[in-house]
Design a protein around this ligand. Structure first.
Ligand code: PHE
Length: 367
């Protein structure tokens, strides 16, 4: 029986070689593989064999049949000029590829990075899980300082497994200053970690790394233990800005801010400046813009005040310069903490902050 199967197989293969057109191919297929085809009929006999023989022959029979089916299929595609994947009509329009979307915060961040690079600023990065030292201490907010309550902090229960010693702030002699500092800083537990509440720690990291003069921005996520509503999120984005050089004043700060706002909105947006308090700047200011969603009438996006706090800023506190290893007698600087999330809300007229982290594709597809 085995020989017979092989014989039929060879017969088929040699006849297949001669076939040149599809009608003849179909006829040949019917002749061997059709319901009454030669191979089909022959294989039916296997059912009458003893179990032992069935086992021996069955496998060969099956394999041969499958092989022949494959051969016919190949022959058919050769004859009709088709490829394995089927006929390709090269004149058809291509399949549309779905593109992803940039998150609105990413768009705003990219634009700002370009703008600041054009003004000679570096773009820096810093850790989201930050040490208490950089998030507070080095920004002139010691442990017991009431300003710690300005931001609701996520303190991390697990201490840093391998804390590096923090650099001691340089103490530059200043007129009228008698007390030597250094003692209080030494008591900071270097393993205390927080989720950074702002991007300001990157100011100090940047100063320590690059020294003065320095121009940098640092975009990134920040975290606060907030109750969430239309304007509050536990995770949002800021962009820190820092410029340190000789004779830097609030005038430089306001010029850069105006440049920033005009380029962001592509038009002049009404602004107002108020005094603001942050321990790491002196003096500190708050720059507000007229709400671009309601144009000042009042809406949930601006807490119905018509104005939005957009840019807290100020002259870098001399102590913070010292923490960054820069001599405040020689250098001064300004810093600002731009609310990227808030800016994206204003720019795209998004009236609920919760949409940003929602992962809702209907929201993201609009950008
Ligand atoms: N880091 C401050 C905050 O998030 C903002 C700020 C940055 C203020 C820089 C002044 C200067 O609240």
């Amino acid at each position: 029986m085995k020989e017979e199967i092989i014989k039929i197989k060879e017969e088929i293969l040699s006849e297949l070689k001669k076939i040149k057109e599809s009608k003849a191919l179909s006829d040949l297929e019917t002749k061997y593989l059709g319901r009454k085809g030669k191979l089909t009929v022959f294989l039916k006999q296997i059912a009458n064999l003893s179990d032992e023989e069935k086992q021996k022959i069955g496998r060969l029979a099956n394999e041969t049949k499958q092989e022949m089916i494959r051969k016919f299929k190949e022959a058919r595609s050769v004859i009709s000029g088709e490829t394995e994947a089927g006929f390709i009509d090269v004149t058809l329009p291509g399949e549309k590829r779905l593109l992803g979307h940039l998150h609105p915060i990413t768009i705003v961040q990219n634009e700002l990075e370009d703008l600041f690079r054009s003004m000679g600023f570096m773009v820096l990065d810093g850790p989201e899980l930050e040490s208490d030292y950089f998030n507070f201490e080095a920004l002139n907010i010691p442990k017991s300082h009431p300003a710690r309550d300005m931001q609701d902090t996520f303190y991390i229960a697990t201490p840093h497994p391998n804390p590096l010693p923090h650099p001691q702030p340089l103490s530059f002699a200043r007129r009228g200053e008698r007390k030597e500092r250094g003692q209080e800083e030494a008591s900071v537990d270097q393993s205390d970690m927080v989720m950074r509440t702002h991007t300001s720690p990157v100011q100090v990291r940047g100063m320590l790394k690059y020294g003065a003069p320095l121009r940098c921005v640092a975009p990134g996520r920040v975290f606060r233990a907030e109750a969430i509503d239309a304007v509050h999120e536990h995770t949002f984005d800021q962009m820190e800005g820092l410029m340190v050089d000789k004779n830097i004043s609030i005038g430089n700060l306001i010029a850069v801010m105006k440049e920033l706002i005009n380029s962001m909105f592509g038009r002049a947006v009404e602004t107002r400046v108020r005094p603001g308090y942050f321990p790491f700047v002196e003096p500190g200011i708050e720059l507000d813009i007229k709400c671009t969603i309601c144009l000042g009438k009042g809406c949930p996006g601006c807490k119905h005040s018509g104005w939005l706090e957009l840019l807290p800023a100020g002259q870098v506190h001399p102590r913070v310069l010292e923490y960054g290893g820069i001599d405040p007698n020689k250098y001064s600087g300004f810093a600002f903490g731009l609310g990227l999330t808030r800016l994206a809300m204003m720019k795209y007229k998004i009236n609920d902050i919760r949409l940003f982290n929602s992962g809702d594709l209907r929201f993201l597809k609009q950008f």
